[in-house]
Design a protein around this ligand. Structure first.
Ligand code: HEM
Length: 225
């Protein structure tokens, strides 16, 4: 079999960059914001969701394989795409080019937010050795404190809006470049559906912040009898 050329490898890496933005990263974002929004239903459902996650077998392998490696690849490739200054494959109108610029900006903002967010949640948890049922009270204490300060609320609001915009606008770009949305009408309708989805996700994230802010309840570690 002939070895792939430099151009073919480049093309493949760009396609993989686009794909990892949807699966697994985009899928993770939808699940993550949905699970966090359980906090608006009550403290117990939220605590149980953290308990389930932190008692999964091979948790660290799942996180490395399905979250950290794809996230690192997608982020580094994203910065590379910005660096090489790749222009639009399609000749978009003014508005589309604006969205394209915002796509890059929100990618960079989300990257910085993630360093902060992961460092202060999962990083702090690992550092303090809070595993299994000890994770939930520890993480909820951190979040309760975070959302009592205006700085915490601003950082999370920016992080959530950036991530949901980056994902929903990226989903449109993915569908166009992979030939799923062809034709003007399909692309316009797709844009409306993905914008609605992005707004829905943003709403879930902001509602979660508001609930933590108004109702910062500490919890004890779950005890199995
Ligand atoms: C209301 C907003 C959010 C809350 C309350 C929240 C809460 C949390 C918590 C508690 C953890 C630690 C989970 C654990 O170790 O058991 C976590 C991890 C994480 N969050 Fe968030 N998050 C929010 C928004 C976001 C956003 C917008 C993103 C994406 C940009 C994000 C990406 C991540 C990632 C990648 C991890 C590490 C996943 C893991 O190691 O399991 N989060 N988050």
């Amino acid at each position: 079999m002939a070895r792939p050329s430099k151009d073919e490898i480049h093309f493949l890496l760009l396609k993989l960059h686009s794909l990892t933005g949807i699966i697994p990263i985009g899928a993770f974002l939808v699940i993550h914001l949905s699970i966090n929004s359980l906090r608006t239903v009550g403290v117990l459902p939220y605590q149980l969701s953290i308990d389930v996650l932190n008692n999964l077998p091979f948790l660290i392998l799942i996180e490395i394989g399905f979250i950290y490696i794809p996230l690192l690849f997608h982020s580094l490739m994203g910065f590379y795409v910005v660096h090489i200054g790749q222009t639009n494959v399609f000749r978009y109108k003014y508005k589309r080019n604006w969205l394209y610029t915002l796509q890059r900006l929100t990618g960079a903002i989300t990257f910085v937010f993630l360093i902060y967010h992961m460092g202060t949640t999962v990083g702090a948890k690992l550092w303090e050795g809070k595993h299994h049922f000890e994770a939930a009270p520890f993480l909820m204490d951190i979040l309760n404190g975070e959302f009592q300060t205006w700085q915490g609320i601003v950082v999370y609001t920016i992080g959530i809006v950036s991530a949901t915009f980056h994902f929903s606008n990226g989903l449109w770009g993915f569908c166009v470049s992979w030939g799923i949305l062809t034709g003007k009408n399909a692309q316009r309708n797709g844009a409306i559906v993905f914008a609605a989805m992005g707004l829905g996700l943003t709403f879930l994230g902001l509602a979660t912040i508001l609930e933590f802010n108004m109702n910062p309840v500490p919890v004890e570690a779950t005890v199995l009898r």
